[in-house]
Each structure stands twice: as C-alpha cells, then as structure tokens.
Design a protein around this ligand. Structure first.
Ligand code: 13P
Length: 251
C-alpha cells in the first residue's frame, strides 16, 4: 500500500471574528508548527483569510477556505471566486453537508466547484456523507457512492483532491462513527475513485469527519483507508487541535 501523508484539517465554520481568529491560529502555531509528518490545514471564515495568511506566512500550517463559487468572476453578488482566493489559500472545502442542507447545494454544483478549484491550482476537500435516516435504512454505502460519483462528474485533476467522509449524524453530535463504520465508508470512497481513475485510488487521501477528538482520533487513523480528519468543534480549541496533529504525526 502506498504511503499517504495524514491530514488534519480544521473547519472553523461560522465561528471566530478577525481578532479571535488570529489569536487562535497563533496558539495553534505555538503548539504545532514544529510537528512533522502530517499536513496541517486551518479553514477560517472568509473575512479572516488575509490576516490569518499573514500570521501563517513561513509556517508549516496551510490555509483553506470553507466554500467557493463555481464561476471565476461575474455578476454573483456576495460570492467569492477562486480568482480572489488564488495566492491566499491552498485548499477549499466543497460540498460540506451544511452547505448542501442550508444552501441547497446539489452534487452537480459541487462537481462544477471541484473543477474550477482544481483548475485554479487549489486542492478541493470534497465532503460526502449520509444522514441518519439513510444510515438506519442500511443504504449509506449506496448513497455515498452515488453522491461521490455525482460530485466528481467531469473531474480530471486527480493529483489534486482530498475526500472527506462526514456522516451528518456524527457532525457536532459528540457521537462519532465507530472506526469500523468510518473505515467501511472510507473504503467505499476509495472504491469510487478506483472506478473513476484506477491509477490514483491508492494515493487520494480520504478523511473522516464528525465529532473527532483526541480520544477517538488514533483509533480512526489506524484504519487502512482513513488518512486524516476534518475537524469542526475541536479545531476551535488550540490545545485539542494540536493534540490531534500530534497524534496523527505519530500514528
Ligand atoms: P464536528 O467535528 O464539530 O463534529 O464537525 C465536523 C465537521 O463538520 C467538519 O467539517
């Protein structure tokens, strides 16, 4: 099996203002800038990106956005494009379940974003995951397979892709998927990649997200198809987030 460098990415969601965001990232830097063998990414709100990019300059921590428009420019009031983000960030979260739920984003739109993002030289962190009713009906594997295929329609730049399996029922609930459930679904994501582009299936990183903390991350990361974590709540606490980074570096 190919070596895949683990990724710990923090999704700050709609939390922190500019001042508290800078404070948080400085604390994270103090605690984890020197930790090697793990890719570290923080994804603050748009308004903080410029100041946080400055704080991270020259460090080992990379910067991501939480969303982007699929168009490169134009009459899309209030939207942010890859053209604006180029040079500022290296990653962008797309297709997060909160955007699919609260902003009505379809997998077609997510697929368009994935293409625009990778064309701009930015790595998409593409999220998929089922809700509780789908999980209970035993159709999670089928649902995520379809959702991932649809979200990657037309995608070609396979060297530049991270996938995050985030079951909706585990997000912000304190009830993470078991390592067995998470591994099963990460393997399904990898199988989809194999079907779409066999040569890269072994190198694309698949993350798990949903109530990850320093108590459960080690068990998740030792699973053969899980290559890191996309972290919400725990990424807002410098010490806890740095603990996740440390555990991932030694896993
Ligand atoms: P929590 O870690 O707070 O469950 O959030 C996960 C998530 O949605 C990351 O994108």
């Amino acid at each position: 099996m190919k070596y895949r460098k683990p990724v710990i990415a923090g999704n700050w969601k709609m939390n922190t203002d500019i001042e508290s965001g800078i404070k948080l990232v400085k604390e994270i830097l103090d605690l984890s800038d020197s930790i090697a063998n793990v890719e570290k990414i923080v994804c603050p709100p748009f308004v903080s990106l410029t100041s946080i990019a400055r704080a991270l300059n020259g460090s080992s921590i990379q910067l991501g956005a939480q969303n982007v428009n699929a168009n490169e420019n134009g009459s899309f009031t209030g939207e942010i494009s890859t053209t604006m983000l180029c040079g500022l960030i290296s990653h962008v979260i797309i297709g997060h379940s909160e955007r699919r739920m609260f902003n009505g984003e379809s997998s077609n739109q997510v697929a368009a974003k994935a293409i625009t993002v990778s064309n701009a030289g930015i790595v998409p962190i593409l999220c998929v995951g089922e809700d509780l009713s789908i999980r209970k009906s035993g159709k999670a594997a089928n649902f995520v397979t379809k959702q991932l295929k649809a979200s990657l329609k037309g995608f070609l730049n396979w060297e530049s892709l991270i996938i995050a399996y985030e079951p909706i029922w585990a997000i912000g609930t304190g009830e993470a998927a078991t390592s067995g459930q998470a591994q099963e679904m990460a393997a399904i994501c990898r199988k989809v990649i194999y079907q779409l582009s066999p040569d890269v299936a072994d190198s694309v990183r698949v993350l798990y997200g949903g109530s990850v903390n320093s108590g459960n991350v080690a068990e998740l990361l030792i699973q053969p198809d899980i290559d890191g974590a996309l972290v919400g709540g725990a990424s807002l606490k410098a010490k806890e987030f740095s603990n996740l980074i440390r555990i991932a570096s030694s896993n």
